[in-house]
Design a protein around this ligand. Structure first.
Ligand code: GLU
Length: 469
């Protein structure tokens, strides 16, 4: 059977990083084996599923570049098929109607708990259900009473569960809608999924699903259950640990390639290697190298990886994502200012995230409203206006605007005025950027261009004069 994997999120919230890691591993397993990857939206819980969440999942997959070969398939479009299978199981005698009321089941559960027994359905309607007029029954799967279910999990190894542990689960609710374990099985069968890669919160469902698949005489997929992701405090990763939605990572300035690289290392390793291109991930990934133990999310490491990608990726790629952040700040870089790729080259060493890079690049495109108070206090002093005035007259006389020439003028001015270089370059920097940090002064001035530089120097001279009075 050729390899086919799927990612099957329930659209009840944003795309969580844990979900994204599951999607990535599933995608990698398909790609590595020249197989296909399916996206299936498990939206049968009509109360909790939302279109906004479906959109968030699709947006997250697209942003991460996890393309799917088939789908998205929606389970809500497949109700007729589920009904057909439920009927087939009833006809085969592998399922039966159950009329037990909620009160009866609650009493049963209480009794079992009081006897310190595991709460489970007692099989009352298994042999001959007492038909109750006016009551819509649920449908239960008739699980094998004896024997065991065994599978070799690609991550966890061999797992065996006794059938006695598994009660007769409900496969259709009293309103006729199918339940999770039924829909997953029908879809995995119909979509010819060869490898089910999912979170280990589903391990308990697997023997039940295997039994239903067997009743349907379907070929069994391989299973790989991925360990959970913990926060830095050892508890399951959740909102209170910070960002958990994939799109929030975009908003916080991470490159999708960096997040993917971080996620691939969360529970999988290849020696000591930390950085993997997408192609390397596909080549080297192997489910058998996935850790059994849970892995902890480490934001510091993600930031480090992000910085590596910002520094080493093609400026064109970084600029594409930086552009999104500039637009969020109301800046259309096409309209005016330097080429964004040049800004990336100038800023990448000092920016660990695209948020830092965008915030530190606004002045290339837009005038700042005010000077950074600390930087202005430190660098705009009596006499600084004269330094700036001298520079301004030299700059204004230039025919060509080049970083090297500008830098030479700054050097020469410092020499002539018998000032340390910093006493000239730093006020100039604050004058043109509004703050005390920017790329080297020659790069900064060249990127800013003649017009903005000269205008801002004039503005700074006026400002210094105004504070002198
Ligand atoms: N829809 C399930 C979930 O979001 C996943 C089902 C599966 O992978 O089998 O947890």
């Amino acid at each position: 059977m050729s390899i086919k994997t799927r990612f099957a999120p329930s659209p009840t919230g944003y795309l969580h990083v844990g979900g994204a890691r599951t999607a990535l591993f599933s995608w990698l397993h398909a790609k590595k084996n020249q197989g296909n990857f399916v996206l299936r939206i498990e939206d049968t819980d009509l109360e909790r599923s939302t279109q906004a969440s479906v959109d968030a999942i699709l947006e997250g997959m697209e942003w991460l570049g996890l393309d799917y070969d088939e789908g998205p398939f929606y389970q809500t479009h497949r109700f007729d098929r589920y009904k057909e299978i439920i009927q087939q199981l009833l006809d085969q005698g592998d399922a039966y109607h159950c009329y037990c009321s909620k009160d009866e089941l609650d009493d049963l559960r209480e009794q079992q708990m009081a006897n310190k027994e595991k709460p489970r359905y007692n099989g009352k309607c298994r042999q001959s259900a007492e038909v109750k007029e006016g009551v819509n029954p649920v449908v239960r799967f008739r699980n094998q009473a004896e024997g065991v279910v065994t599978w070799v999990d690609a991550v966890k190894g061999s797992i065996t569960v006794a059938n006695q542990e598994l009660d007769d689960l409900i496969i259709a609710r009293s309103d006729g809608t199918p339940t999770y374990n039924l829909t997953v099985v029908v879809d995995d069968m119909d979509m010819e999924i060869s490898d089910v890669v999912r979170g280990d919160d589903h391990v308990n469902n697997t023997p039940r699903q295997i039994n239903i698949l067997k009743a349907l005489k379907a070929e069994l997929p391989n299973y790989a259950h991925l360990p959970m992701i913990l926060g830095d405090d050892g508890a399951r990763l959740s909102k209170r640990h910070g960002a958990v939605s994939v799109m929030q990572y975009r908003d916080e300035g991470y490159l999708p390639e960096a997040l993917l690289n971080y996620l691939v290392r969360l529970g999988w390793s290849h020696g000591d290697q930390e950085l993997f291109t997408r192609e390397e991930m596909i080549e080297l990934f192997d489910l058998s190298n996935v850790n059994v133990a849970a892995s902890a999310f480490n934001t510091e490491k993600l930031v480090w990886i992000n910085h590596q990608y910002i520094m080493n990726s093609e400026p064109e790629l970084v600029a594409k994502h930086l552009n999104w952040h500039m637009l969020q700040r109301g800046i259309d870089v096409q309209a005016q200012g330097p080429d964004l790729q040049d800004v990336v080259k100038a800023q990448r060493e000092r920016s660990k995230t695209l948020v830092e890079m965008a915030d530190a690049s606004i002045y290339f495109y837009k005038d700042f409203d005010e000077y950074d108070a600390k930087a202005a206090k430190k660098n705009f002093k009596v006499g600084t206006d004269e330094v700036l005035t001298k520079l301004l007259s030299e700059f204004s006389a230039l025919d060509t605007w080049s970083g090297t020439v500008l830098h030479d003028i700054v050097l020469a001015t410092a020499e002539q005025l018998e000032l340390k270089l910093g006493k000239v370059a730093q006020p100039l920097r604050v004058a043109v950027c509004g703050a005390g940090m920017s790329p080297s002064i020659d790069v900064t001035l060249e990127l800013l261009g003649r017009e903005k530089t000269l205008q801002r120097m004039e503005r700074a001279i006026k400002y210094i004069n105004s504070i002198k009075d």
